[in-house]
Design a protein around this ligand. Structure first.
Ligand code: ADP
Ligand code: MG
Length: 218
């Protein structure tokens, strides 16, 4: 049974990151397999190591409570612990999302949309990937657009997050027939076709983890 819709929910950055870390660790072998097909086979290892460092960094810092500040810490940690493309890209996403939140005390649905739109813009500025280039943008983009649409339409945050996660999954699956135009997979040219993008796949896991990070304030 879902939570009563009269209760307004907010998200916990720490729960989001802990849930993302667990989901990525559980799927690490799969992510590595996907990256072995069209990259260098380190994506599962990169993201697992990075997310483990993020949860450790957050656990260390308990005197900073603003969600924006905690997202910035998470992002900085990813940038400094992951050597592959995904570290700087997701690190930038989280830092930019955190900055967009400013000093807001709670991460509610509207704040989350603001943060995720800034995160997506940060990824695209850094990596210059457009939709259809077979990257994490193909999962994050539809997720952010769906979240905004569903919240604007008046959906409860939990329902909107589920729709966003479904859109991210679908976006990740849709990368399979694409030819990579950015990142290491682009070196393969047409041989990148027929494989699901690892970064889009891990991104869908991170988006799905948002739905498990809902808390009731008060
Ligand atoms: P590396 O390619 O350096 O080994 P990872 O294997 O950790 O790094 O991550 C690969 C993923 O990064 C790809 O599957 C893709 O989703 C994402 N990626 C690579 N380059 C870009 C880019 N320019 N913009 C967006 N995402 C990118
Ligand atoms: Mg790789």
């Amino acid at each position: 049974m879902g939570a009563p819709i009269t209760v307004s929910h907010v998200l916990s950055v720490d729960d989001w990151m802990t849930g993302s870390a667990a989901a990525i660790k559980a799927e690490a072998d799969h992510l590595t397999q996907l990256d072995s097909a069209i990259g260098d086979g380190d994506h599962g290892i990169n993201m697992t190591r990075g997310m483990r460092a993020v949860t450790a960094a957050l656990a260390d810092v308990d005197d900073v409570t603003a969600p924006g500040k905690r997202l910035i810490l998470a992002g900085k940690t990813l940038v400094s612990t992951v050597g592959g493309a995904s570290g700087p890209l997701w690190g930038t996403a989280l830092r930019r999302g955190g900055r967009a939140l400013g000093d807001a005390e709670a991460l509610d649905g509207a704040a989350l949309v603001t943060a995720l739109e800034a995160a997506l813009a940060g990824v695209q500025e850094l990596g210059a990937a457009e939709p259809g280039d077979k990257t994490m943008v193909d999962a994050l983009g539809p997720a952010v657009a769906t979240l905004r649409e569903r919240l604007d339409a008046g959906d409860a945050l939990g329902d909107a997050l589920e729709a966003a996660a479904d859109a991210a999954d679908e976006g990740a699956r849709a990368t399979t027939p694409m030819q990579a135009r950015k990142g290491r997979a682009s070196y393969l040219g047409e041989r990148s076709v027929g494989h699901q993008d690892p970064g889009a796949t891990s991104t869908a896991l991170i988006v799905r983890a948002l739905g498990h990070a809902l808390v009731t304030p008060g």
